[in-house]
Structures are given as structure tokens and as C-alpha cells.
Design a binder for this molecule. Structure first.
Ligand code: HEM
Length: 537
């Protein structure tokens, strides 16, 4: 007799229903576990956010959270500026450094200009290199290359002078300065910027290159302003640093950079690859095109290449870095040139278009730099004594549209603002918080008011940090200002510029991190109509 013929196997046989006393027992155990967990959580929370701060007042106070390890991760990713403001508010708008945790990493947030100066001064126990090295790894540099870039080199090596025997990673900052700080090397780039703007800011050229124009005729063109400024400035930056060869190798490179740059927050937050193909695909393409560029011998590249590009290439090749890693390293440079100026030009123009009096002042002040529609003295515009409004509009745009934060790794326990910051964590200076300080910049810091900058010495305030600070302060700031002001002045000189329809003021995408100037929210671009004004002189 088979077993199967005698026994009917039902699910109740396999999984008999629990007896009611068993059920009760199960619930009781569950309740006990839940109560235990809750008690542990409450104990942990009171220890961490009440008892510990009481016992150790010299540690920065930490913004409380409920889920250990995860901390404020969700709010941090959704809107880190909002989180910082709430955290500060929680401690009655304290000016002391505070602490925030997200995904197990603690960030000490410096909220006072005086303390931010301590951060920038301290190159002994606070490291910027950690951030750069992190980017190098994320973007595909091999570990051996990261190490090679940050190993001390002989003080008598050939190439760029290295009297202090520093690594190429550190020396690179000095090479940027050599190219980009006021002097002959900068003038070379500035004159190229001027020439390229002159060529690109003509109705016929715009008609040819702006495939996204929504309407055009022999007397006008209509363009989405954000897309146009982005496209225009990426072309400009690429041309000035890499000459013509890169565009010949990959005409779609500037488009790919824009796609990547708008999704850069996925790279900064190290999104898993399956969620970030839209960001990594254009990045891979840009790196592949840069590799092809560096495979063309220097002598065969057409157009003028910036000194910095050739000099950096020579230094890296001398370290034995191959084409793949060279392309990734240069990708960071491509990024630094192109990410912020495009957005700054957009915000300057947006504020001017929404304020016709300011727009007229900009036009009037820059007039003496032109003969006909030709910019004959671009340096005239750079001098605040000649163009005070241009100067104030520049500062106010950066103040209100700047987002970035300087981040440093703490390599040894360090006191900042009288608080002990522990080794292994990061300290952060959120520039936006400083830029919205009423005691420095006056009331209603959210309003665009260039006249704030009439206040004496405001540009020297330690609260003014659109370009970061210390040794790593943005070396491109002079070129950025030159490029944006030259572009806006030439545009206003040559064209009547008006908004199409009556678009609302575009909203900045404050929630997403960038490394400088904020992007706009999706769908907030608006069209402008350009109508040529003055005949070529
Ligand atoms: C308005 C436009 C720009 C803004 C707002 C801006 C902002 C910044 C910021 C906030 C930093 C980080 C500083 C720190 O953490 O201490 C930085 C670094 C840097 N920027 Fe800019 N930047 C702009 C334009 C440019 C341009 C046009 C170039 C190149 C031509 C450039 C090249 C660099 C470089 C090379 C660094 C790294 C500095 C170093 O480590 O030595 N930037 N920039």
C-alpha cells in the first residue's frame, strides 16, 4: 500500500494552523522584540543627542535623527541646502559648527565665516586631495595612477619647476594659476575668448550652429536661453583650451557634456550604475573622445591649444600615464572649464531681462568698449571703475546663484571654531549659507539687489566664497568673469534681446548638488528673441 493512496496531503498538513495559544505566544514574542528595539533606539538617541553633547560640549552638536547609520541621507539627497538650513534652525541658528550624518559619514558643517577661514588655512590636517582622488577613482582612473599623481616628485625634475618637490596633483594647482591668473598667459586665453565670441555672436553663425532655434529669419532668431548659453559656453571653453581638433574628432562632444553636467549629482552621490546610465554614457563618450584627442601628436593638432593642456600632458606622460588615464584626468579639466560659466551667463542674462533698468545700465556702461559692434577694448569692461554696475551685477549673480560647498577630509583630530572635529570625518563650508547671511549682505538676502555691493569691502568679506578659498580657490575666476561679461556686453551691443511671451522667473534647482552655480529646474528654460541692432562697423 502506498503512502500516497492513504494520506491526503493538504496544505494544512504541511502547514498546520497555529493553535490560539501559540498565536498569542508569537504576538508576545514579537511585542517583546519590538519593545526591546524601541527601548534600544530611545537609549541610543538620548545618549547620542542629549547625554553625549552634555558630557562633551567641545564636540559639535549633532542634528538628531532616528535611523542609525542612515541618518539624514534621504533629506541630504533630496535637498541638502534645505537640510542645512533646518539643522541650523534646530540649534537656534547657531553660528557654531554643527554635525550631520548621512549613510554613516559625519559632516561637520561650518556656518560662520571666521571658522571657514580656519578651514581654508588649515592644509596640515584638512585635505582637499581626498576629494579630488575620490573623483579620479569614480571616473575611472586606476589606483596606481591616483598614487602616481600624489607621490612627491624630485625638485629638479624637468618640465614645470618644482622647487618644493611636490606631487603632480599638488603642482597642478600651481600650473592652473600659471595659466589663469592675471598675466600674459591669461591674456592669450582672453583674446581667444573675445575672438570666438566675436565669431559666434552673429546672426548668420547662430542660425547655422543653433539647431534648437525655435524660429529664425534673416532678421531674428529665437533660442531657449539656458540651452543656448550652455551650448555656447561649452563650445567656447573647449575651443580655448583644446583648439579645433577636439570638435573635429567629436562634433557631438559639447552636447554630451551638457547631458552629463546636468546629471552630475548622480556622480557626486555615487549612484549605483544601474540607476545612472544616463549620466555615465555621455561621460564615457567624452573620455573616449579625449583619448582620441591625446592620440593625435601635439604637433598635428589644429588651432591653438592652451599652454596648460600641453604642459599637463607632458607632465603626465613623464609619469608613464597611458592614454586611458590621461583622458580621465583631462576630463576633470574639461569639466572645470565648462560647468559654471554657462550657468552664470544664463543667470546674469535672466536677471537683466527681468530688470530692464539694469539691462539698460549694463549696455550704457559697456558702450565705450565698442566701436560699431566691434569690441575694441574688452579689458575696459573688467575694470569696476569704468563699469560699476557690471561689477555689482556679476557679484550679485554669483552670490544668489552659487551653490557649492568646500569639503575637506579630516586627517587628524582638529579644532575648528573651538570644536573638536574627529579624524576620518569631513568638514564642509556651505557657501550658500554664508552668502545669505543678513548681517553681512543686508536684508532680504534672497532678493537680487546689485546695490548691496556698494557696501565697502564686501568683496573682501570672508563670507564671500563663490570660488571657494585657500590654496584651492578657483583659479579660473578671472577667465570666467572675462568670458561672461564679454559675452553679455557683446550680445547687448549687437542685438535687441527680449523674452518671448511672458515666462515666469525660472526656478533654480536648489535640491541637486553641483560644484559651483545652480542649474534650473526641468521645464524652466525660456525663449529669447535676438534681433540684430547695429550694423557691423
Ligand atoms: C563662474 C564660474 C566659476 C565658478 C563659480 C567656479 C567655482 C569653483 C569652485 C567653488 C571651486 C572649488 C574651490 C574649493 O573647493 O576650494 C573651483 C575650483 C576650480 N576651478 Fe572654478 N569656477 C568657475 C569657473 C572656472 C573656470 C572658467 C575655470 C577654468 C578655466 C575653472 C577652473 C577651476 C579649477 C582648475 C579649480 C580647482 C582648483 C584647484 O584645486 O587648484 N573654474 N571653481
Amino acid at each position: 500500500m502506498s503512502f500516497a493512496s492513504n494520506v491526503t496531503i493538504t496544505s494544512e498538513v504541511l502547514f498546520p494552523p497555529p493553535h490560539s495559544s501559540q498565536l498569542k505566544h508569537g504576538y508576545n514574542s514579537l511585542e517583546k522584540v519590538a519593545t526591546c528595539l524601541l527601548l534600544t533606539l530611545l537609549l541610543w538617541r538620548s545618549w547620542r543627542f542629549t547625554i553625549f553633547p552634555f558630557l562633551y560640549p567641545n564636540h559639535p552638536k549633532e542634528y538628531p535623527y532616528w535611523i542609525p547609520f542612515v541618518g539624514h541621507a534621504q533629506a541630504f539627497f533630496r535637498d541638502s541646502n534645505g537640510l542645512l538650513a533646518r539643522a541650523r534652525n534646530h540649534f537656534d541658528n547657531t553660528t557654531e559648527p554643527i554635525a550631520l550624518t548621512a549613510f554613516g559619514t559625519t559632516f561637520y558643517v561650518v556656518t560662520q565665516a571666521k571658522h571657514s577661514a580656519e578651514v581654508y588655512r588649515n592644509t596640515e590636517t584638512l585635505s582637499f586631495e581626498d576629494f579630488v582622488q575620490g573623483l579620479m577613482r569614480v571616473n575611472g582612473n586606476k589606483e596606481v595612477v591616483v598614487q602616481a599623481m600624489y607621490s612627491a616628485l624630485p625638485s629638479n625634475k624637468p618640465g614645470f619647476p618644482n622647487p618644493q618637490g611636490e606631487s603632480l596633483g599638488v603642482l597642478a594647482q600651481k600650473m592652473h594659476i600659471h595659466q589663469l591668473h592675471p598675466g600674459n598667459n591669461l591674456v592669450v586665453l582672453q583674446l581667444q575668448v573675445k575672438a570666438k565670441i566675436d565669431q559666434l555672436l552673429r546672426l548668420d553663425t547662430l542660425g547655422k550652429i543653433c539647431s534648437y532655434a525655435s524660429s529664425q529669419s534673416p532678421t531674428h532668431i529665437e533660442l531657449p536661453l539656458y540651452q543656448w548659453c550652455s551650448d555656447y559656453f561649452i563650445r567656447l571653453g573647449q575651443h580655448v583650451y583644446f583648439g579645433e581638433t577636439l570638435e573635429q574628432i567629436d562634433p557631438g562632444l559639447t552636447d554630451d557634456f551638457l547631458i552629463f553636467d546636468e546629471l552630475i549629482w548622480k556622480m557626486l552621490y555615487q549612484y549605483p550604475s544601474f540607476l545612472s546610465h544616463d549620466m555615465s554614457r555621455p561621460r564615457t563618450q567624452i573620455i573616449a573622445s579625449l583619448k582620441k584627442y591625446f592620440q593625435v601628436p601635439e604637433i598635428e593638432r589644429s588651432g591653438e591649444t592652451a599652454w596648460l593642456i600641453n604642459a599637463m600632458e607632458d607632465e603626465m606622460r613623464a609619469l608613464g600615464i597611458d592614454d586611458d588615464d590621461l583622458a580621465v584626468l583631462m576630463f576633470h579639466l574639461y569639466f572645470a572649464i565648462n560647468t559654471n560659466t554657462r550657468k552664470t551667463a544664463f543667470w546674469v542674462l535672466t536677471y537683466l531681462l527681468h530688470n530692464p533698468t539694469l539691462l539698460a545700465a549694463y549696455r550704457r556702461e559697456t558702450e565705450p568698449a565698442f566701436e560699431g559692434d566691434n569690441l575694441v577694448d574688452p579689458f575696459y569692461i573688467q575694470d569696476p571703475a569704468n563699469c560699476p554696475q557690471v561689477d555689482m551685477i556679476w557679484h550679485e549673480t554669483l552670490r544668489i546663484s552659487g551653490w557649492s560647498a568646500s569639503v575637506r577630509l579630516i586627517t587628524q583630530d582638529t579644532m575648528i571654531g573651538g570644536k573638536l572635529m574627529r579624524k576620518g570625518n569631513r568638514v564642509m563650508v556651505p557657501h550658500r549659507l554664508l552668502h545669505f547671511d543678513k548681517t553681512i549682505f543686508g536684508k532680504e538676502p534672497g532678493a537680487f539687489r546689485p546695490e548691496r555691493w556698494q557696501k565697502e569691502n564686501l568683496t573682501r568679506s570672508p563670507s564671500w566664497r563663490p570660488f571657494g578659498g585657500g590654496k584651492t580657490m578657483c583659479s579660473g575666476r578671472f577667465l570666467a568673469r572675462f568670458s561672461v561679461t564679454t559675452f553679455v556686453a557683446t550680445l547687448l551691443r549687437r542685438f535687441d534681446v527680449e523674452m518671448v511671451g511672458n515666462p515666469p522667473f525660472p526656478e533654480a534647482d536648489e535640491g541637486r548638488p553641483v560644484l559651483g552655480i545652480m542649474s534650473i529646474k526641468k521645464g524652466h528654460d525660456f525663449k529669447v528673441r535676438l534681433t540684430p541692432k547695429v550694423k557691423s562697423g
